[in-house]
Design a protein around this ligand. Structure first.
Ligand SMILES: *Cc1c(COP(=O)(O)O)cnc(C)c1O
Length: 354
């Protein structure tokens, strides 16, 4: 603490990111990165940007990337906003839409950045409990609100909502922004982007960090009605006109254009996720049905915190949250087959020893 800080900085409770350890040869299954790396075409496009033009500012509106996303989803660039990771896009959305007199609704077990942004933008949070099966029940969100935000599939549970349920919510909630955070939608869900033409208060965010393996480049996006996009652009242009650099813009556009590589790596991860879920189930774990690139699992006879420490001793890191209700779960990123096997073998050995 410093007395030089603006007074409200003392009250902030910042997000704690998953660890990025320096140790080599780690089986790193803790932050939902993609084990297969970016499209070779994206890498080539980024390398081509490393030249003397870097002395010039990038395009402030990111048109090449908006066009590539527009082509992918068959929408208009005016329906697209791009930013420095979807975390930044989410932050701008709070600023642009959620500073209302009424509270923001979001699941009690969800992405832990949502309450953090409430602190930063002075938005009143109203967490809504997941049901007994750890599912989001959207009927619970049909109440007075200043906005609604949830991930689909949810994190860290991996559980997916169908589009019909989301549409039912939108039919009854027309006066505030409904933000669907689709960080993991490409691993088996149906995107709500198909609903944006029909519902002008729907905003969908996505990231290139997971399904397109560009977490290190920091690129995220939002899709919605042009008036929502204009609100986001107003915030962005009052904050940082150039959130995406030349390298990131070119790489992200090329990643969207390379559908074949994207589809292959997502399909591979989905197959591995199903295998991993089965293997964990055979070891006695209860695994929630996942539509993401991670699984959320607990073992009825084992303490999750203890297991995560023991795995770490063997160079395997997974994510453990100490929050009530989920303190006995581990969130495990789906890795390569080799990494998943290393995890399953280590767990089998640990369980044998008990
Ligand atoms: C990873 C993640 C994000 C953030 O992605 P970035 O684009 O890397 O900032 C947003 N929401 C959820 C639910 C995530 O898991």
């Amino acid at each position: 603490m410093s007395k030089l800080w603006s007074p409200f900085v003392k009250q902030l409770v910042p997000y704690v990111a998953g660890e990025q350890p320096k140790m080599k040869r780690l089986v790193k299954l803790n932050t939902n990165e993609n084990p297969y790396g970016p499209s070779p075409k994206a890498l080539a496009a980024m390398q081509a940007q490393i030249n003397d033009d870097l002395r010039l500012y990038p395009d402030p509106s990111g048109e090449v990337l908006k066009q590539a996303i527009a082509d992918y989803y068959h929408i208009s660039p005016a329906q697209i906003f791009v930013g420095n990771g979807s975390d930044e896009v989410l932050a701008h959305a709070y600023h642009a839409f959620f500073q209302q007199d009424k509270p923001l609704l979001f699941p009690d077990i969800s992405y832990s950045f949502y309450p953090v942004y409430c602190g930063l933008y002075r938005v009143e949070p109203k967490p809504i409990a997941l049901d007994e099966q750890f599912q989001i029940n959207l009927a619970d969100y049909q109440q007075d609100n200043g906005g609604i935000i949830f991930p689909n599939p949810n994190a860290p549970t991996g559980c997916l909502l169908g589009l019909a349920e989301i549409e039912a919510l939108l039919q009854n909630n027309t006066e505030t922004v409904v933000l669907v955070d689709e960080a993991y939608i490409d691993f088996g869900g149906q995107s709500a982007v198909s609903l944006v033409d029909k519902y002008p208060n729907l905003l969908v965010t996505q990231t290139l960090s997971k399904s397109r393996a560009l977490a290190g480049m920091r690129v995220g996006l939002a899709i919605g009605h042009p008036q929502l996009i204009e609100g986001l652009e107003r915030i962005k242009d009052s904050f940082n006109s150039y959130p995406l650099d030349r390298v990131a813009l070119a790489g992200a556009a090329a990643a969207f254009a390379d559908r074949e590589y994207f589809e292959q790596s997502c399909a591979k991860i989905i197959t591995s996720r199903e295998q991993l879920s089965e293997q964990l189930t055979s070891l006695g774990f209860k695994v929630l049905p996942s539509a993401a690139n991670f699984v959320f699992a607990r073992h009825p006879q084992q303490d999750a915190a203890q297991l995560s420490i023991q795995l770490r001793e063997q160079g395997i890191i997974v994510r453990h949250f100490t929050q009530p209700r989920i303190a006995q779960f581990l969130r495990i990123t789906v890795g390569t087959d080799e990494q998943n096997t290393a995890l399953v073998e280590a767990l089998a050995e640990l369980l044998n020893k008990q």
